[in-house]
Ligand binder design. Structure first.
Ligand code: LFR
Length: 497
């Protein structure tokens, strides 16, 4: 039978995309049919997502998908970044614009949560890495607001889009696991955590698993997009990182992955969570994956550091072409200075080149003298953080690996891939860049019967159809160890916080 077209909606922090993946026995190709910017908006002091602009992009993308495929897609799946949500009132209408995870509103909520529930207990119950923007902190920060008081439903971003497309509300599990309100052992709500923190779990719609049916496009959506129904919507790994991990073209289980983009998510795929105190101290997360897996990984600042530098330079009238900047960075002195790319200090937007310089100064290292050196500092720092995450993940889980897969936007960044191979002392396989959309499409296609099997089978199809680049490790690994030592003190001091 001919491959069938599935539409993947993949919303990222800087752009949204609608892709069509054609899937059949031995066949998989992916085409971007629509891309639209995702530009956050500050209103007063609060940073928001422009959710209706994103939704318009989704509708336009579904229209384009129909044109591309010459008819309605065989299914639609939605993934996006994690932790953020919209609130609905008793009529099902959205209350306000969802708040951006880079907004500073959780400032005092983190201490409040820690007083009610010690970090050790919270980690033992949820296995989630401390990040100040986890949904739990956002909800505690929102307690007592009229918006939360009026809310009858809370939908995570992909679930909100899915609700608008279908009229049906659900909470997809992989993304729910980033709320810090899910127990990774039972893969169900961590009720005692919610009760202790005064969070009302009945706000959440029933849990769905990736692969579950999630309704059909509403008549008004069909009219708006020019599609002929019925068009089923399927729950996928709606956390983009969960879909990206499905999209890792690995054989067997001796691999680490780094899902790169705005963030770097570096770690392993496991069958069970690691909830030890060592794991908590190392700030590792146990997010839930597709097919009963656990994404055991560390969130690292990622290419955000570079994106923010470019934005700052641009606002100062210094506009750089990325390829050229990377070429100059590749020629700059290696490991001249490095920063801790896991430090939450870099989460908020603004003044990034200066903040990087300050971090170098604080740790007694030379300050980058120009944009190329700043870029080199960022990429060396990311490679170093990747090395640390992959070494720590192996030590803490007892699983060893012999290759590192880099998927997501950073797979196009040759310098980053090469430095990561050198830092880890392991071969890097780079690609596919669109792993999240591929993982999205594969899970839908399996539900629709266009492909069959487990993650290993889906990955085999990726190996057969995707262009991959290999980077063998080179250079002196001790140089990376010495660089690590330069920032280790600062990092340990930070962990005590
Ligand atoms: C990556 C990602 C990360 C999550 C961050 C914020 O796009 O989903 O996994 O920690 O965005 O939601």
């Amino acid at each position: 039978t001919d491959p069938r077209p599935f539409a993947a909606v993949d919303l990222g922090a800087s752009s949204g995309r609608v892709m069509v993946g054609r899937v059949g026995a031995g066949a998989l190709d992916l085409t971007e049919v629509h891309r639209f910017p995702n530009t956050p908006v500050r209103v007063g002091s609060t940073l928001h997502w422009d959710i209706l602009a994103l939704y318009r992009g989704v509708l336009e993308g579904l229209h384009a998908a129909g044109r591309f495929a010459g008819g309605p897609p065989a299914g639609v799946g939605i993934d996006s970044w994690a932790v953020d949500y919209g609130l609905l009132d008793a009529d099902g209408a959205l209350i306000g614009n969802p708040v951006h995870y880079r907004d500073g509103r959780t400032g005092s909520a983190t201490a409040k949560v820690a007083r009610a529930l010690p970090p050790t207990a919270l980690y033992a119950a949820t296995g989630l890495q401390y990040l100040p923007f986890n949904t739990v902190y956002q909800l505690v920060a929102a307690q007592g607001t009229p918006a939360l008081a009026a809310a009858r439903r809370l939908l995570m971003i992909p679930d909100l889009v899915s609700y608008w497309l279908t009229g049906e509300a659900g909470t997809e599990l992989t993304n729910a696991s980033t709320t810090q309100l899910v127990d990774p052992r039972s893969r169900d709500w961590a009720r005692p955590v919610a009760d202790t923190l005064g969070i009302d779990l009945s706000l959440f719609a029933p849990l769905r698993r990736p692969g579950d049916p999630a309704g059909q496009l509403l008549p008004e959506v069909l009219a708006e997009t020019g599609l002929a129904g019925p068009v089923p919507v399927t729950a996928v790994g709606s956390h983009d990182t969960a879909s990206a991990v499905v999209g890792v073209p690995a054989h067997g289980d001796r691999f680490a992955y780094i899902a790169t983009g705005t963030w770097s998510l570096a770690g392993l795929e496991l069958d069970a969570p690691v909830l030890t105190e060592d794991s908590r101290r190392a700030n590792f997360t146990n997010e839930l994956g597709v097919d009963g897996t656990v994404r055991y990984l560390r969130n690292i600042m990622g290419l955000w550091l570079l994106q923010e530098c470019l934005r700052t330079w641009d606002s100062q009238g210094r506009t750089y072409e990325l390829d050229e900047l990377l070429r100059h960075a590749a020629e700059s002195a290696p490991l001249r200075s490095v920063v801790d790319a896991g430090d939450p200090e870099f989460i908020a937007p603004g003044r990034m080149p200066e903040r990087i310089s300050e971090a170098c100064r604080r740790t007694g290292q030379p300050v980058p003298r120009d944009a190329a050196e700043t870029t080199r500092c960022v990429l060396d720092s990311l490679a170093l953080a990747h090395r640390r995450a992959i070494m720590d993940a192996q030590r803490l889980s007892g699983r060893t690996v012999d290759a590192v897969h880099i998927v997501g936007g950073g797979a196009h960044n040759e310098l980053l891939c090469r430095l990561t191979a050198d830092a880890c002392g392991l071969p890097v396989v780079a690609g596919p860049a669109e792993a999240a959309a591929l993982g999205n499409v594969l899970v839908q296609a399996r539900t629709a019967g266009a492909v069959a099997g487990g993650l290993a089978d889906l990955r085999q199809l990726l190996c057969e159809t995707q262009d991959l680049r290999r980077h063998a490790p080179m250079g002196d690994r001790r140089a990376w160890e010495r660089a690590e030592a330069r920032i280790a003190d600062g990092r340990d001091a930070h962990r005590q916080r």
